[in-house]
Design a protein around this ligand. Structure first.
Ligand code: NDP
Ligand code: GDR
Length: 364
């Protein structure tokens, strides 16, 4: 691969988007540095295939221990790396968890962004380093208009959304105050086989694959009627990169413009496994049955949120026009890819079980 001489720093490199973005930038010839958190178990499973022994020649992917709650760490890493581009993907990104850990969520998601911007300023890199902030459709929350665009007013509905609101505005503020090339990608939900297992899409594809193979009986979900605009993470990281290649920084909505309910997602994922879902009942009593009348899906109020975002639908016309970006993956192909990948994992687990070994499940 031809080197392009550019250096990128990614926070949140071990997450879903961090993995896809690292692969994309490496394919474009970047040197990529990532910040990963210290953990008691290995937490680099999504990027292990990109990592090479640092003693080998021509290594272009480097990991640094760090945390967006630690200013001194961020300043040191940025000083050492001297990045041309910083992608701030690090966040406590689970909306439901943000109600449980609101102060930590604000510290990492809101102040973490400020710490990075301050590090750029303190190190005198404001004219050199371009900054991408992982903003979110959760900013729209209780939506004021449909579809949502860059002009739609914000009304966040969770500690996560409110923390990301601060991060959005501090990014705009540093752009206006210090002339930083800083921009917000207002990304709608994007999923993939690398999606965290406790986000609803992956929870569904994983559980249905396991149910299909007899490893699990029931899938418990919360609000089945929530509607989202779901795209593929691989397409969305391409938009992040394009945002940092313009002449001047701008904020962009990134979305597919197509909306489905959680219930629709279950039905589509089940269909990929040859299961025809039938829904009966309302509210807490709603259940999803297969064609043999077995109950596969039930509602558990444990997964309801204290305040919910019922519906999101984005209009990415500005990105289409200025970035030449449009999503490459359809909803059906996204669901298919996720189901097939989780089916492979479930098949492996089934084999392990058949040979008398224990298969551990994860619990939320
Ligand atoms: P993930 O939850 O998969 O990844 C989050 C990453 O942030 C992980 O690498 C995690 O590390 C890291 N992280 C969490 N807290 C800290 C911290 N205090 N210091 C350093 N690193 C930290 O999220 P996604 O990849 O899905 O999303 C990437 C970003 O985009 C997030 O900011 C998210 O809020 C935002 N976003 C996501 C959307 C989506 O639909 N996926 C839509 C819009 C915005 P570890 O692996 O150790 O947990
Ligand atoms: P979201 O994603 O909150 O939109 O945030 P998530 O997949 O968690 O929820 C989507 C919708 O599904 C409903 N839901 C459930 N959600 C989960 N996690 N588990 C369940 O059992 C369940 N049942 C129903 C939720 O109530 C919600 O309405 C994601 C994250 O990636 C954020 O970081 C990002 O900013 C936004 O997308 C855009």
């Amino acid at each position: 691969m031809q080197k392009n001489g550019k250096v990128a720093l990614i926070t949140g490199v071990t997450g879903q988007d961090g993995a896809y973005l690292s692969a994309l930038l490496l394919s474009k010839g970047y040197i990529v540095h990532g910040i990963k958190r210290r953990a008691s178990l290995f937490n680099t499973v999504r990027i292990d295939h990109l990592y090479r022994d640092p003693h080998e020649e021509d290594v272009r992917f480097f990991l640094h221990h760090g945390d967006v709650t630690d200013s001194s760490n961020l300043i040191r890493v940025i000083q050492q790396v001297q990045p041309d581009e910083i992608y701030n993907l690090a966040a406590q990104s689970h909306v439901a968890v943000s109600f449980e850990e609101p102060v930590y969520t604000a510290n990492s998601d809101a102040l973490g962004t400020l710490r990075l911007l301050e590090a750029i300023r303190i190190l005198g890199l404001a004219k050199r380093t371009r900054f991408y902030q992982a903003s979110t459709s959760e900013l729209f929350g209780q939506v004021r208009e449909t579809p949502q665009t860059e002009q739609t007013p914000f009304y966040p509905r969770s500690p996560y959304g409110v923390a990301k609101l601060y991060a959005y505005w501090i990014t705009v503020n540093y752009r206006e105050a210090y002339g930083l090339y800083a921009c917000n990608g207002i990304l709608f939900n994007h999923e993939s086989p690398l999606r965290g297992e406790n986000f609803v899409t992956r929870k569904i594809t994983r559980a249905l694959a396991r149910i299909k193979l007899g490893l699990q009986e029931t899938l418990y979900l919360g609000n089945l009627s929530a509607r989202r605009d779901w795209g593929h993470a691989k397409d969305y990281v391409e938009a992040m990169w394009r945002m940092l290649q313009l002449d001047a920084p701008e904020d962009f909505v990134i979305a597919t413009g197509v909306q489905h309910s959680v219930r629709d997602f279950v039905t589509a994922a089940a269909a990929e496994l040859g299961i025809v879902m039938r829904w009966e009942g309302k509210g807490l009593e709603e259940k999803g049955y297969d064609e043999k009348g077995r109950c596969l899906v039930r509602v558990d109020p444990r997964y309801f949120r204290p305040a919910e975002v019922e519906t999101l639908l984005g209009d990415a016309a500005k990105a289409r026009k200025l970035l030449g970006w449009s999503p490459a993956t359809s909803f059906d192909n996204l669901v298919r890819e996720m189901v097939l990948e989780d089916l492979r994992t479930a098949q492996r687990d089934q084999l392990v079980k058949r040979h008398g070994f224990q298969v551990h499940d994860h619990h939320e």
